[in-house]
Design a protein around this ligand. Structure first.
Ligand SMILES: Nc1ncnc2c1ncn2[C@@H]1O[C@H](COP(=O)(O)OP(=O)(O)OP(=O)(O)O)[C@@H](O)[C@H]1O
Ligand code: SF4
Ligand SMILES: [Mg+2]
Length: 381
């Protein structure tokens, strides 16, 4: 990062000016879903399976990676929906399939009344300006041969939103908005630090004036000291432009303060979805319960005495997911039905969705200590 441009607005990547949390989660935003509840994106039974082929000459499909295997959930206008889960559970695939960077294997993605999966290419192209993505790796996601100005201008040209001098003016405005000095418009990505590059990625995502942004672990490749700056920026932009975010992260702590609601995924399936505070206070899915038990508590006394739920075994392969509930090979509460029957993702309490047979059979929780119990014997289908 030694060659990074010294941008007075960025301060430095190493010496962050603001490490505060991004928002008091109790402070309602202007577009708080609790106030409006308008669905912007409706995802129905979304599946993304990647075929696995064998043979060089006569290529034959021998299996499928079930990266996303039937997700149903809504994203409200103006909200930040956090999406969490272990590595490989299908978060990025979900994000890409929702904004049609992948063509889903099955299911519907209804955006403002249009099922994106059924749109002809021309129509989809027109709607794409409303759906943008911020990528995890600000190094790999920017074309090293393009100047910052050209990178940010590209979506405006592709969608014919401006031309000539207007583009130049809008690029400079966007650079200013995301905290980059517009004088550096002719520089190349390698001349910027990690945090500055992520600001370029954000400006590019904003250039087409989108309504919905998938942010795929946008801060995890950045220095800890600048993560809060980027989070704050995203938060401010959301308020200013009325954006809706699907914010992907691999752990709960990373999304707690920025999410209105949180969705938890496991092995291509949705485990639980509800208000962020509710998830922490009242986790209904055993997987969420285990994730929360692993989140560090700032009070050292409580931290020392509490017991964690340590999940046994590894996450099974999405090539051969377990039968019934995909979590049954690791779930401390698993019982016979879990092996045979896939639980439906349903609204168990007001606005609180979960996929678990314990909702119908709550007495099964009694007499099980999840910190000590072992799951049913493992094995795929
Ligand atoms: N293009 C692809 N072809 C085949 N398999 C894929 C492809 N993309 C992803 N997968 C597989 O699909 C599963 C889900 O991958 P995905 O990248 O969505 O997970 P993730 O939750 O984003 O993980 P991470 O936290 O590591 O980013 C993984 O098993 C992955 O190997
Ligand atoms: S359905 Fe069964 S295995 Fe799945 S999470 Fe619930 S109790 Fe555990
Ligand atoms: Mg990912």
């Amino acid at each position: 990062m030694s060659e990074a441009v010294a941008d007075p607005k960025e301060k430095t990547d190493v010496a962050s000016e603001d490490n505060s949390t991004t928002r008091d989660p109790k402070t309602p935003k202007p577009q708080d879903p609790a106030n409006e509840n308008k669905v912007l994106v409706k995802i129905e039974n979304l599946k993304m399976h990647f075929p696995v082929y064998k043979g060089a000459l006569f290529r034959k499909e021998v299996n499928r990676v079930k990266a996303v295997d039937g997700l149903t959930f809504d994203i409200y206008e103006g909200e930040t929906l956090g999406l969490v889960g272990e590595s490989g559970c299908g978060k990025s695939t979900t994000g890409r399939a929702v904004i049609q960077l992948y063509e889903p294997t099955d299911g519907a993605v209804v955006f403002e009344g249009c099922d994106l999966t059924k749109l002809p290419p021309k129509e989809l192209h027109r709607l794409r300006r409303d759906l943008q993505m911020i990528f995890q790796d600000p190094y790999a996601s920017l074309n090293p041969r393009m100047t910052v100005g050209d990178i940010i201008a590209e979506p405006m040209k592709v969608h014919k939103l401006a031309s000539g001098k207007d583009i130049q003016r809008e690029v400079q405005e966007l650079m200013d908005i995301v905290g980059l000095d517009p004088r550096f418009v002719r520089r190349y990505p390698h001349e910027f630090s990690g945090g500055q590059r992520q600001r370029i990625g954000i400006a590019r995502a904003l250039a087409s004036k989108p309504k919905f942004i998938v942010a795929d672990e946008p801060i995890s490749a950045l220095d800890v000291s600048i993560q809060a700056q980027i989070m704050n920026l995203m938060d401010e932009l959301q308020d200013e432009f009325g954006l809706t975010y699907l914010f992907i992260a691999h752990d709960l702590a990373a999304v707690r303060h920025i999410s209105d609601r949180i969705a938890v995924m496991y092995l291509g399936n949705m485990a639980e979805l509800c208000d962020g505070e509710e998830l922490y206070e009242n986790p209904l899915h055993p997987y969420t319960e285990a994730l929360i038990s692993a989140v560090p508590i700032p009070d050292p006394e409580v931290e020392e005495t509490r017991e964690r739920i340590v999940l046994q075994g590894d996450v099974p392969s999405p090539l051969n997911p377990p039968s019934g509930c995909v979590f049954h090979t690791r779930c401390p509460y698993a019982f016979d039905r879990c092996k045979k029957e896939k639980p439906v993702f349903q609204e168990a309490e007001d606005g609180h969705f979960v996929a678990c047979h314990l909702i119908d059979e709550p007495e099964r929780r009694e007499n099980v200590d999840p910190t000590k119990s072992s799951p049913l014997s493992s094995g795929g289908e």
